[in-house]
Design a protein. Structure first.
Length: 252
């Protein structure tokens, strides 16, 4: 049985805590964080003494990317495994002890714990032994555990940002535009739901539709007229239209 501590008390930390604290294969030590307001959520698992963190076999750094290096430096004499949970930060070499990456690819928030069983975990480590330990722990949480290099993981993270964060931003802009025009964004949601299901079941390239793909110039121009007083949206509309047309230029 491996003993594990988490540093960081944000959204991902809460989901990991929810899943790991009751696993018989893990001796979960607790969560160490800077935000004392989070203590209530973690209850008896809230760690207030740094020394207790160091008593673990494995320390997971569940913190923003710009805090990772500083924590590695603070843990430079720790002889166990230090693993971060970042998609974009590469595997970090240590002079004492092993290092790893324990990256769950999903969207996390503080309000509701994310279900991890179907969440893919991407693992990397500085030794075969640590790789095995991290993979086994991930398999106790998820049915999808994949070894992946830092370079490939960074590209995967980029793809996730483009597909999830950017699409959500488009939803937000559309929602705000509807509100400004006295329209109910709820009217669009059935289409969005159906489109997402279709895309996930097949291919986004195959399910693309709309005036840009079919080169409907009259409709495109009418949309541009409607956006003449919304310059930021117009710029984005033109950019996305061009991108779609370039992707399907052989069909136009």
């Amino acid at each position: 049985m491996i003993s594990v501590s988490i540093i960081g008390s944000g959204a991902l930390s809460r989901s990991l805590f929810s899943a790991m604290s009751s696993l018989p294969s893990i001796a979960f030590q607790g969560v160490f964080g800077r935000n004392k307001d989070d203590a209530t959520h973690f209850g008896r698992y809230w760690i207030t003494q740094w020394e207790k963190v160091l008593q673990s076999d494995l320390i997971l750094l569940v913190v923003p990317d710009d805090h990772i290096i500083a924590l590695y430096e603070r843990l430079n004499s720790f002889k166990g495994i230090v693993a971060h949970c970042s998609g974009i930060t590469p595997l970090i070499q240590r002079t004492v002890g092993d290092s790893g990456v324990f990256y769950p690819l999903n969207s996390f928030n503080k309000t509701l714990a994310t279900e991890l069983k179907s969440t893919p975990f991407f693992i990397e480590a500085t030794s075969e032994e640590s790789q095995t330990i991290l993979e086994q722990m991930a398999k106790s949480l998820s049915s999808k555990v994949i070894p992946l290099s830092s370079d490939s993981r960074a590209k995967l993270h980029l793809a996730a940002v483009i597909s999830q964060n950017f699409s959500n931003h488009m939803y937000a802009l559309s929602e705000r535009y509807c509100s400004e025009q006295g329209l109910d964004f709820e009217w669009i949601k059935p289409m969005l739901k159906g489109s997402l299901i279709s895309t996930l079941q097949s291919s986004a390239v195959e399910t693309q539709s709309g005036p840009a793909k079919r080169n409907d110039l009259k409709t495109l121009e009418k949309h541009r007229v409607l956006l003449k007083d919304h310059l930021n949206l117009l710029e984005l509309y033109n950019s996305m239209t061009t991108s779609i047309q370039q992707l399907y230029e052989k069909e136009l």
